[in-house]
Design a protein around this ligand. Structure first.
Ligand SMILES: CC(=O)N[C@H]1[C@@H](OP(=O)(O)OP(=O)(O)OC[C@H]2O[C@@H](n3ccc(=O)[nH]c3=O)[C@H](O)[C@@H]2O)O[C@H](CO)[C@@H](O)[C@@H]1O
Length: 360
């Protein structure tokens, strides 16, 4: 029996690939013990227990980016965090640490290194974060979502998808989705999503000009996120949700998406073959535009820079695309051509290789 510590979290884009890998490992190795290390503030605090895993936590500790009081306190807090994870590794007799980047993974990698435990890493984004850059120096078992991600030992495994998305049977799930969201079977559906946190720019521009979209005969399923909710104008064919717990069904009903380009959303849309208008989040390290690149280059998606995604764009440009059903169908086929469905299995292969390689 092997005990694995899965570390990571933050937004759902980080938590979902972690859960997808854990689920698949549990399927392939039923007696595996899988613990998850996250922070109390991230979405993992809700999503991990809901999925049936025990969540252990460490305090959220950002790497200092400028010299201030927090930066001075950082070394002491960092040591305390690594010590706490080392104690957890011993207490739970952990054999392998599997990290997905983000706050909790950094001390987990450092603790695993001190305890000489095998480490496996998954990087979702086309441009890696700091924790995974660190870990890639300490292990050869590094899985990445996209070709060209600059990490040592990177092996493309794709994004581990949750089984309900990987195995989505669209025709039958579509009916269930239409019923769940109260949508009509007779009209195509535009899905609007800003990822798990939502996107103020997308929400405002779509809400301001949604009538022009509905005027093309499409329906709009708008997932807003909780930070910038949208008032429901009560228009026929316009459905608003703050958070969607059944993304599989949202993907099953969608014929086109307008979306941020978080790695998880890009990969889920491609895996199901839903074409997209991507509006990358213009902060971070520019990873979202890169995440979308493969889909855009293949002709499955178009890219709109954030500042250009105005109510006028939604009113003037989007309806022309919606009205061109042949173009949407062609984009769908191209999107499907870049979709990867076996990321969970490929990541589990990598985890098992790390375990087989044994203690370092
Ligand atoms: C890993 C990654 O790239 N994270 C970035 C991504 O996070 P964020 O998690 O928001 O975005 P992603 O697109 O990567 O992932 C979203 C995930 O949440 C799920 N989902 C989303 C909405 C919902 O209502 N229900 C639901 O289940 C999706 O199916 C997907 O699995 O974009 C944010 C801003 O845009 C950035 O701050 C994050 O750093």
């Amino acid at each position: 029996m092997t005990t694995y510590l899965f570390a990571g979290g933050g937004t759902a884009g980080h938590v979902n690939p972690l859960l997808a890998t854990a689920d698949r490992l549990r399927e392939r190795e039923p007696d595996a013990v899988i613990l998850v290390l996250g922070t109390a503030e991230g979405l993992e605090a809700r999503l991990v227990p809901e999925r049936g895993y025990e969540l252990l936590t460490v305090p959220r500790l950002p790497f200092p980016r400028r010299p201030n009081a927090d930066a001075l306190r950082f070394p002491r807090r960092w040591r305390a965090s690594v010590d706490r994870v080392r104690a957890l590794l011993r207490e739970h007799r952990v054999d392998v640490v599997v990290g997905f980047g983000g706050y909790a993974s950094a001390p987990a990698y450092a603790a695993a290194r001190k305890e000489r435990l095998p480490i496996a890493v998954h990087e979702q984004n086309a441009r890696p974060g700091i924790a995974n850059r660190l870990a890639a120096r300490w292990t050869r078992h590094v899985g990445v979502t996209f070709t060209g991600t600059p990490l040592s030992h990177a092996r493309v495994v794709g994004l581990p998808l949750r089984a309900e998305i990987e195995r989505l049977d669209r025709p039958s799930a579509r009916l269930a989705g239409l019923e769940l969201f109260g949508l009509d079977a007779g009209a195509p559906v535009l899905l609007v999503t800003g990822g798990s946190t939502g996107a103020l720019r997308l929400n405002r521009s779509v809400a301001a000009s949604v009538a022009a979209l509905l005027g093309t005969g499409w329906q709009v399923l708008h997932i807003t996120g909780s930070r910038s909710p949208v008032d429901d104008p009560g228009l026929a064919g316009y459905r608003i949700l703050e958070y969607c717990d059944r993304m599989d069904l949202a993907l099953a009903v969608a014929d086109l998406a307008v979306s941020r380009a978080g790695a998880a959303t890009v990969c889920e849309l491609a895996a199901v073959g839903i074409p997209a208008v991507f509006v990358p989040y213009p902060v971070g390290n520019g990873e979202q535009a890169l995440n979308a690149r493969g889909a855009v280059d293949a002709g499955g998606a178009v890219l709109v820079v954030d500042a250009a995604f105005t109510p006028e764009y939604v009113e003037r440009e989007l309806p022309a695309l919606l009205a061109d059903r042949a173009r949407v169908a062609d984009m769908a086929a191209r999107m499907a051509s870049v979709g990867v469905r076996d990321g969970a299995d490929r990541m589990v292969d990598l985890v098992l290789e790390a375990r087989a390689a044994g203690r370092r």
